[in-house]
Design a protein around this ligand. Sequence first.
Ligand code: HPA
Length: 273
Amino acid sequence: MENIYEKCKEAADYIASKIDARDAIGIVLGSGLGDMADMIEDKTEIEYGYIPNFPRTTAPGHKGSLVSGTINGVKVLCMQGRFHFYEGYDMQTITIPVRVMKLLGVKYLILTNAAGGANVSFKPGTLMVIDDYINFQGDSPLRGPNVEEFGPRFPDMTNALSPDLRKIADEAALELNIPIRHGVYMSFRGPQFESPAEVRFAINNGADAVGMSTVPEILVARHCNLPVLAISCITNLGAGLCGYELTHEEVLEVSNRVKGEFIELIRKIIEKM
Ligand code: HPA
């Protein structure tokens, strides 16, 4: 895609004419977690359809609006609905919102998603802090001419998931007595759920969770030096591990059930950031 910087700038200028997101905490809400935006106070909502160069959400369980406001008095900018590679957009397009957040002055990014458990000790409903990832989507939003305005050609990924923010997540969980786990998230292209053999492949290669999102957003955030925390809600054991066939309804049902605890955790994390 040509002029990705110009496209992001145009979107950011439009949003900045409506809201001030400087020093806000950016939040991306995953499948079935959109209601988390209800915890935001003093809300201003902008539908994606009004924002120049923003894609449209097509995934079920994903609304399409940007919500700004406060949580416990802290400024937040929340994406209620995200974009996935499987929707047909290229990786640069699905990650426009993260780069726009950077241009708006967002200082930290929290990514959430629903994911399948590859680690068999993860019961449905487990919250997992992503410590590291395996990009198995066969593409990168950083492919193509480097966008110097955002960052370097060869960004380091050693600390792609901020160690400081992961520590804050642990402290928040401990205070709330919410048992969280840590692990490696492996991203697949989707939209089909993984095959049992693919889940075994993921396990054998060190993955604790499998999903269809989040990694492209981690990559652009790291590239533009926006510290990221990512948390998965494990909604099911991966295909072949759970003994039944997977459905999106189950994903939404479990994420809906865990939402209350997830919201509490995010609220506490934000308070500590
Ligand atoms: N695989 C991929 N994505 C998912 C899953 C899964 O099992 N569960 C929720 N999102």
